[in-house]
Ligand binder design. Structure first.
Ligand code: FAD
Length: 274
């Protein structure tokens, strides 16, 4: 059975909280192995991640994986978060470097995610199942593809149990990345991150920022639909469901959905897969 997980961001208003509750109720019947909640660097959303995982765990009875990004954080701050998550009974984490928010001068005590993973293992032993990020289309700041892959390997050697990839629309990028990682001796599961397409303009902006490529054939077909949101959602669901099918058929161990706190685009894909 492939694993399935859903990623949420921490809501900040009552209205957003109610939306996440509705989304969770709609996605829960798909029996996720866990749900993860992103972490905003710079302190301001720190408490929201904790509050959100607590709500998903207590009120929805879900296994949770708070994201923990080390950029800007100190050892003491990270240790306090680890102790709090452990005391709350959580068993999973997604460990990231994060990005330095503009205006923040100091990167904090950690430079790279591998250092964070090493710290988590030193501080909390094997208590947490730790996922790290992987980039089939290469992280935008990497020197080159091989260097990026070696840095990924370093995170696994530091103690990561698995990886979730940045989203992509070209399955060959994923298969190639997994093959290369295996050749380097990386054995942990590498779960593809799946981005449902709901709002094409927003997706384009995201993709430019994080270095994910939108194939020309998808962009052209999306643009042909202009402002027809329903047609864009239908095409997006078809394209991404086909991607998921190819990934699973090719041996991907599961699917991690970037839900953006909305149920419909993810459900449209899951409906097509079943
Ligand atoms: P790293 O693995 O540290 O890599 C960052 C860059 O540094 C890469 O280019 C790598 O090649 C390079 N590098 C690594 N080690 C070295 C070294 N020793 N020497 C030189 N170069 C090195 N961001 C958030 O802020 N909050 C989130 O909740 C969040 N969730 C995410 C979830 C997933 C599944 C993914 C894929 C990304 C997520 N991100 C999140 C984004 C992530 O924080 C950024 O992509 C960030 O720029 C890199 O984080 P990382 O953990 O991959 O960093």
């Amino acid at each position: 059975m492939p694993s399935i997980s859903f990623e949420f961001f921490p809501p900040k208003t009552e209205e957003q909280r109610a939306q996440l509750d509705r989304t969770t109720a709609l996605l829960k019947p798909h029996a996720p192995d866990y749900v993860s909640v992103t972490f905003g660097a710079g302190g301001s959303t720190l408490s929201y991640t904790g509050e959100t995982v607590a709500r998903l765990h207590r009120e929805h009875g879900l296994e949770v994986a708070p994201h923990l990004s080390c950029m800007g954080g100190t050892r003491q701050e990270i240790a306090a978060l680890l102790d709090g998550y452990r005391a709350a009974g959580y068993r999973r984490l997604v460990a990231l470097r994060g990005d330095l928010p503009s205006g923040m001068a100091s990167p904090g005590d950690f430079r790279y995610a591998a250092e964070l993973v090493r710290f988590i293992r030193a501080h909390s032993g094997d208590h947490f199942h730790v996922e790290v990020a992987a980039y089939p289309e290469i992280h935008p700041q990497a020197e080159d593809a091989l260097a990026d892959l070696k840095h990924f390997k370093a995170k696994v050697e530091a103690g990561a149990d698995g990886a979730i990839t940045q989203y992509f629309f070209n399955p060959d990028a994923y298969f190639r990345f997994v093959d290369d990682a295996r050749r380097l001796g990386v054995a942990v599961p590498i779960v593809p991150g799946i981005m449902p397409i709901a709002n094409f303009g927003q997706l384009k902006r995201f993709s430019d920022a994080c270095g994910a490529e939108i194939p020309r054939w998808i962009a052209k077909r999306m643009q042909a639909h202009g402002d027809d949101a329903e047609a864009i959602r239908e095409l997006g669901a078809d394209v991404v469901a086909q991607l998921c099918r190819r990934l699973l058929d090719g041996g991907a161990p599961g699917l991690h959905f970037y839900t953006l706190n909305r149920a419909r685009p993810t459900l449209a894909i899951l409906d097509r897969l079943h």
